[in-house]
Write a protein that binds this ligand. Sequence first.
Ligand SMILES: O=P(O)(O)O[C@H]1[C@H](O)[C@@H](O)[C@H](O)[C@H](O)[C@@H]1O
Ligand SMILES: [Mg+2]
Ligand SMILES: [Mg+2]
Length: 254
Amino acid sequence: MADPWESTMDHAVAIARKAGETSSHVPVCFRFIGEESVAAGESCILSDSPTWIIDPIDGTTNFVHTHLTVTSTLDLQVEFGVVYSCIEDKMFTARRGRGAFCNGEPLQVSQQKAVEQAIVATEFGSDRDPEVVDKIFQSLRNVLCLPVHGVRGAGSAAMNMCLVASGCVEAYYEIGVHVWDVAAASLIVSEAGGVLMDVEGGEVDLMSRRIIAANSKTVAERLVKTIVAFSPPRDDAAPSDRCEDSTHLSARKV
Ligand SMILES: O=P(O)(O)O[C@H]1[C@H](O)[C@@H](O)[C@H](O)[C@H](O)[C@@H]1O
Ligand SMILES: [Mg+2]
Ligand SMILES: [Mg+2]
């Protein structure tokens, strides 16, 4: 079997060459957005240049506590998405227009559209501001009382989204995620037949830190009516307007 990673890199280089209209003699120019580089003060702005969006560890709290799921995410903006669940040794991949796969097997979202039969995944996030926590709990209460069949959380945004793509859960929502948490898995969800939506409806904006990933528009729209929306500082805001999440600070000290 052809090495999917090799063909991905070949295609990535071809895209970069096309974007920069460079000949094959000129080195290609990629830009990078990564959780750690942004934390170190680098920009988090998407431009026309091909950009790799990287989260080396998604599920840091799980990692620190050696608890269940830890993933690494890699996305070449809108073209490829890769999420690697290292403990399970599962490689989720997607290429725009070519479908989504787990260890080479095609992925398909669940066909269950009755929210009462749905499992919804979410996370409590990293922000410990009591006002934010109250809103997260109001949403959780509303979702439970829809009612849904169950609520789960893997501890990793990327993994929750791969569970949607795999058909194991019907939807995932979270407010407070970052572009590197969700970029790769967004493509995996849409290539598996799922939908992405903002928590107030309409198109998702990956810099807005708000996301619904669902198996269908029907389920996503039920969640839109249920979630208590708020707007954290955007990822592409000026560094002085961004705030550091409290649990991330403690996680990084380990
Ligand atoms: O910081 P990492 O990269 O581990 O990612 C975050 C998760 O992906 C979120 O769903 C989750 O809610 C947390 O915000 C978590 O920190
Ligand atoms: Mg992350
Ligand atoms: Mg991370």
